[in-house]
Write a protein that binds this ligand. Structure first.
Ligand code: GTP
Ligand code: MG
Ligand code: ZN
Length: 291
């Protein structure tokens, strides 16, 4: 897809796919001076320094994320399991809001439908305005729907530790033989939690497996000003300009079209709860605290 791009970075070394092969290299010192960290997904220009390849330039990024560290993302598959771990709609909604804010498409991907019915979680997203897929990797169910979204795009699998990101990637790329983690059993021992972001060629696009997180805070780098939050919830954005008051925050105002849509069942309650939670969080962040 790209000429030369970073597939993985570990401890100051970068693995760059270029001309059909992978080269290990360092980055020019200038990046550290400028406080720019190369990340997976970066499109780079290599030069030779003392006989070894070095990253000399990072081409302009479409977007860049701190956690997971990755650039030029077209689509985030936000992966949530029906149970083990129990899904958090707030975490899903934060991730989808950040994705939309940075020009990437969110897709909710529900795993472990064999353990618990996916309907409850899927119904929260019935009106969210982005795709919802259910996948059972072991049974091969739902994989075609995932594959259909891969060509020509940089996709990222993100979500809590143990939801099945690596398992899904392994089902899409069986030749990879990715190691996945056994949850609960033998705590620590024999667990293969993904440690770094790695980009794989998959189905005519690039897919990143990422390490999960135990909790997600709205990181400073991902801060969305409260006025912009209405635009990153597609089902709320749809009502922009319909409220009685311009500048309506859709919290307690009279004549609010968003609250009317909520009461009419056109916006799902947990999505609206997440909107208000993020709005109140954003209200607390002072301008000088932002990057
Ligand atoms: N029952 C069931 N188990 C699954 C399913 N998908 C994954 N698992 C199991 O869930 C556990 C965790 O899967 P992983 O793929 O390692 O999860 P991960 O999201 O990559 O986790 P981290 O790398 O820690 O972020 C493994 O034991 C998988 O076998 C599923 O659809 N059903
Ligand atoms: Mg993993
Ligand atoms: Zn309103």
């Amino acid at each position: 897809m790209f000429d030369s791009y970073i597939i993985k970075g570990i401890g100051g070394f970068y693995y760059v796919k270029t001309g059909g092969k992978v080269v290990e290299c360092r980055a020019r010192g200038i990046f550290r001076k400028r406080r720019v960290t190369p990340v997976a997904g970066d499109i780079v220009r290599l030069e030779t320094e003392g006989g070894a390849p070095v990253i000399a330039e990072i081409l302009p990024r479409k977007n860049v994320f701190v956690r997971p560290p990755i650039a030029n993302v077209d689509r985030f598959f936000i992966i949530a399991s029906t149970t083990q771990p129990v899904p958090s709609t707030l975490v899903i909604d934060k991730l989808s809001a950040i994705a939309v804010d940075r020009g990437a498409q969110p897709v909710l991907l529900i795993t472990k439908p064999d353990l618990c019915g996916p309907e409850a979680l899927a119904s929260c997203y019935a009106h969210a305005g982005f795709p919802v897929l259910t996948v059972n990797a072991a049974a091969g169910e739902g994989l075609e729907e995932v594959r259909a979204l891969l060509p020509g795009c940089v996709s990222v699998f993100c979500g809590n530790s143990g939801v099945g990101k690596s398992t899904l990637l392994g089902a899409l790329l069986p030749e990879l033989a990715l190691q996945t983690g056994e949850i609960s059993q033998k705590l620590g021992r024999g667990r293969h939690t993904t440690r770094e972001v790695t980009l794989y060629e998959c189905g005519g696009g690039l897919v990143a497996d990422t390490p999960g997180f135990a909790s997600l805070e709205m990181e400073r780098a991902a801060y969305i000003p409260k006025e912009n939050l209405q635009f990153v919830f597609p089902e709320i954005a749809r009502h922009f300009g319909e409220c009685r008051f311009t500048g309506c925050a859709h919290i307690a105002e009279k004549g609010c079209a968003v609250r009317a849509a909520l009461e009419a069942g056109e916006i799902d309650p947990t999505r609206y709860e997440s909107y208000t939670a993020l709005y109140n969080e954003a209200k607390e962040i002072k301008e000088w605290q932002t990057p």
